[in-house]
Write a protein of this length. Sequence first.
Length: 639
Amino acid sequence: MAQLNRLRCIWFGRLWCTVMAIAMTVCLVAAPKPAWGAPNQDDEIVYLDPDGVIRVIDPVPPSPGLAVKWFSPSPGWRAFALGDVTGDGDLEIVAVKLEGSGGRLAVFDPVAVSGPRDTVSYLEGVPWRTLYDVSLPRPPVLVAFGDFDPNRSGPEILYSMDYSMDLPSGEGADVRDLQRFVILRQPVGQTDGTEWEVQLTWDTRNRWTWIATGNLDGGGPDEFVLVDEPAGTLSVYGIGDGVFRVWSNTNSRYRWRVAEFLQYIPGGPLELGAVRDANLPLASVWVFRYENGTFVDHEFGAHLPPPSFMFKADFAGNGDDEMVMLRAVPQEISSRPRLFIRDNGNDGVFLQTALLDGDNGYRVGAAGDTNGDGRDEIAIMRPNRIRLYTSPQVNANFVEYAVATDASNIRLGNLDAMGLDTTSRLGTLPARIERQLAPGATGAPIALGIWDVTKGTAAAVTLRVQNAPWAELSTTAATTPVTVTVTLDAAALGPGLYTGEVVIETTAAGFDNPTLVVPLVLRVESPVWVAPEQIAAIYHPCPAQPPLRSYGVSISGPPVPMRATVAEGVDWVSVTPDAGQVPLQLTVTIDPTRRTDGVEVTDLIISYDLPNVVGNEIIVPVILVCTDERHLLPFVGAD
């Protein structure tokens, strides 16, 4: 509103008036539970929702704590990967998204058990932090982790960007590369994932749609496999002094879709499993064996319909991977399974096929050890659900999570292998209290939950209100976990923005934040409204005898007395009537012949009376510009 946080600026003869407002929310909560647990071996499910928010499901929460329920602080992410960049034993998330004409890459630690305390935030008691955040010059496409420099800490980040917008047009123009790849590594001596430098960058002439990494020979840098589905190209690359191609296959008619490095044959180097769009009698599922620096056929199978997605899983926990395939099945042959597994004939997996839903909604999946038994489970995803097969080695049992997804991005990995934070820390819900009241009103009590967000220990706390005589606490001493109430009272306050804080303190040992401050924000809104909220009279060019200009000002609200004045000594503005009862229509007249400068700035002050309330004023900025030139004028502000 005009009487709050007014900003006035004139630039080249134009006027902007920005009014800052604070959204008020009220959160009534019960005292939350702690989230703490010992190191564990079970994986979490990480996926993207339809808005591009990265979300986590923890199928087996660490006892006695809560599940890991982390989600990204912003939406719009289009791809992500999991890897242990900090070396603390659990996994971090690297993600990319579009942003303007370019993009953004970030590394998140959703369960932060290490690092500076002032960089950690808490979500339902679980500490997390953003390790790295950087803008990208072009839209990102793919992202993965891989060990591309064994001499540096942790895995490296491999991502690509779309440079097709830079292609020249016209016949005979040079065809430039379409995607640019970059490998980021941590600088020498860095191990916490907060700093990265470019290791390699190179351009390609494909529109790659899939990426996976792995180590073919058990030593040296990892390799990676790329799929360009529109072109039907599958290529494997290695890292040396630069990037070199190990092997490639292209079939524009029977297009490759997905490929993974996996240990399909027990022992020896990894194999390459891949699926392509090929109907009977042609093979659509392939396993290539790595021999003498290239790949040769090991196994292939024909399927109708062919699979559209494949991922690896180790159901027996013996290091021997299986291939899990998903496909769309037409209604006329709907009795055919949409999920099927190839296990090299040596693991005896119970779950070999599943019909799934008849609408072919399940299109992607991932594997991981979600119950910590040393064997992989599998999760498959559709737009409105994630299905987790909990014991595929011995039965077909599953649980389902009714969540909205992007139906494309899902990974399984252990985000809390080291357990959750073991240092006590005070926390509250909400973390900030904001309220909007009318003058003279008293707000409903607001519940404030206070607890040890990491270990849930009982701790004696004292509470006090600071710089906020309009706020009252239900108690000044308690033992966590506890819920107290905060009441905000505007009985003696005029319109305006008021701030203070609730200070919570403990003398209990082991807390890394023995003092916690909860901000209080109270906005007292005026019942009287003025329109317009600003007046500007601009004469450009300025005539020799500039005419008077009149502006109507409407005052609305309850029937209370009001007065209208301008600053003393200002005679180029007049207002009629200068007093009356709301509602009322005023006329403001500007006489540029009385100005003393080319630019004049003043305030029209509307004051009114409310019983038992003081300080009732509304300020309407009034600007007069009469000049033959354009000026960059100084910033003028008032509170």
